[in-house]
Design a binder for this molecule. Structure first.
Ligand SMILES: [Zn+2]
Ligand SMILES: [Zn+2]
Ligand SMILES: [Zn+2]
Ligand SMILES: [Zn+2]
Ligand SMILES: [Zn+2]
Length: 288
């Protein structure tokens, strides 16, 4: 059986100027149901190229994931959904060429075409307000009472645009703290979510410090005690067991372990900041 999914990002890097020729060729005979456009093609795909790609679906496209495609415009995407009204899944995170008004219009058009759009990914669309979000929500819920929304927990993976595990209908929400429309994280600690005296730990990435490892909230006092050699944050529980730099006693998070500069086979290491500090001091001493 022929695959019904095309991942444009997996196409071999084509010659500059002809970003999708090889891809179009390889897709020519596929009954296209799902299309993923990710890096490196994402930065180059234009409205016309997208129209041509999705044209292969002959109106049967179900899932369209545009992962950071800055050259796709409201008008371009509108034409794509008009010829593919059966789309149920529309991802457009960090598509900076789209506007919040344009996205609302696209969702409305899909609804008018009797579509069943049930999942949309919007984070990184500029100037999205609660008003836009409400409009999208009311069209997508189609008068049905809100289903129980799944919690969104912070992990660095959420920032990878191809985060497919989450079942939420709409990824973004109004941050209760700054009221901006962003990814709003629930605390991973059961105690926090059930304890109404600390509801302040539900918020966006900018309003609540989150542990890179467990996604739990971190308060200011804890932050000052759990310094890292990289610029991430960890809660005390995740910080304590990690091996520390033998000079400054700061650990690296899992993501940045590769920055360790080993000192001994037993695992002792120093961090890149301490090395930089030492070498700048040496050069200062030399010049004086
Ligand atoms: Zn916020
Ligand atoms: Zn933690
Ligand atoms: Zn919390
Ligand atoms: Zn150090
Ligand atoms: Zn880190």
């Amino acid at each position: 059986m022929l695959p019904a999914t095309a991942t444009a990002s997996a196409a071999p890097a084509a010659a500059a100027g002809e970003p999708h020729a090889a891809l179009l060729l390889s897709l020519a005979y596929l009954p296209l149901r799902e299309l993923v456009v990710g890096p490196p093609l994402a930065h180059r795909i234009t409205d016309d190229a997208l129209l041509e790609l999705t044209g292969r679906a002959e109106g049967t496209l179900r899932s369209l994931r545009l992962l950071g495609c800055p050259r796709v415009s409201d008008a371009g995407l509108l034409r794509v959904v008009q010829s593919n009204p059966a789309i149920t899944e529309l991802y457009m995170p960090s598509c900076t060429g789209l506007t919040a008004d344009g996205v609302v219009k696209i969702v409305q058009v899909l609804y008018e075409c009797k579509g069943h759009l049930n999942r949309i990914r919007l984070h990184g669309i500029c100037r999205m307000t609660q008003h836009h979000l409400d409009a999208i929500n009311s069209v997508m819920s189609n008068g049905n009472p809100q289903q129980d929304e799944q919690s969104l927990f912070y992990s660095h993976r959420v920032h990878e645009v191809l985060n497919t595990k989450n079942e939420r209908r709409i990824d973004v929400d109004v941050c209760p703290m700054c009221t901006d429309v962003r990814l709003v994280f629930d605390c991973t600690r059961d105690g926090c979510r059930k304890n109404s005296s600390r509801p302040q730990c539900r918020g966006c990435f900018f309003c609540v410090a989150r542990c890179e490892t467990c996604g739990g909230c971190i308060d200011l006092e804890e932050l000052s005690e759990t310094e890292l050699a990289c610029s991430d944050f960890l809660c005390m529980e995740c910080w304590l067991p990690l091996p520390k730099c033998s000079t400054c006693n700061r650990p690296y998070c899992k993501k940045h372990e590769n920055l360790k500069i080993p000192l001994s086979p037993s695992g002792q290491f120093t961090c890149h900041r301490c090395i930089e500090f030492c070498s700048s001091r040496e050069s200062l001493e030399e010049s004086s």
